[in-house]
Design a protein around this ligand. Sequence first.
Ligand SMILES: [Zn+2]
Ligand SMILES: [Zn+2]
Length: 176
Amino acid sequence: MNFLIMQTETADSTSFFDSSWWKFTTMMSKALLVAMWLALAFWTYKDAKRRITDPMMIGVAVATSLIFPYVGTLFYVILRPPEYLEDVLERDLEIRAREQELVGGANRCPACRTPVRDDYLVCPKCRRELKVACASCAKPLDPSWKVCPYCAHETSGGARRAPAKATIAEEDELFA
Ligand SMILES: [Zn+2]
Ligand SMILES: [Zn+2]
């Protein structure tokens, strides 16, 4: 009985592995593995191009994916730069814009050329008066303005120094 079963099993398995169905399946899985390998290499190329500027490094990444199927791509994913180039560029532009905002030619102390902001009342370096605080709302005003644009307070022919500003100046002298 046992012998019979074994016989049929071996007979079955040989015929199974010889069957055209098995040949077709193995062929298809091999084709799928190759397609997967090539797709991963292509994906590596596309991803590397978005993250790496150096064409040599992109070549190395793609070659690794091709030479070591699947594992090479995994290595690439572990070692690739974390950011996309466009994100890095965008951040750089943002930083530069902010620097320009702060160091812009128009916003410099006329006396010592220190970069100053629009709302500074005095130059933090040389103490030169840049703006005067509105007597009503304390917003920084150009000394030549006749009226405060924020609260419409009449500055009576040029904004006057607000008492609060004098206190700040005294404090500055104390800390100096
Ligand atoms: Zn200054
Ligand atoms: Zn005002």
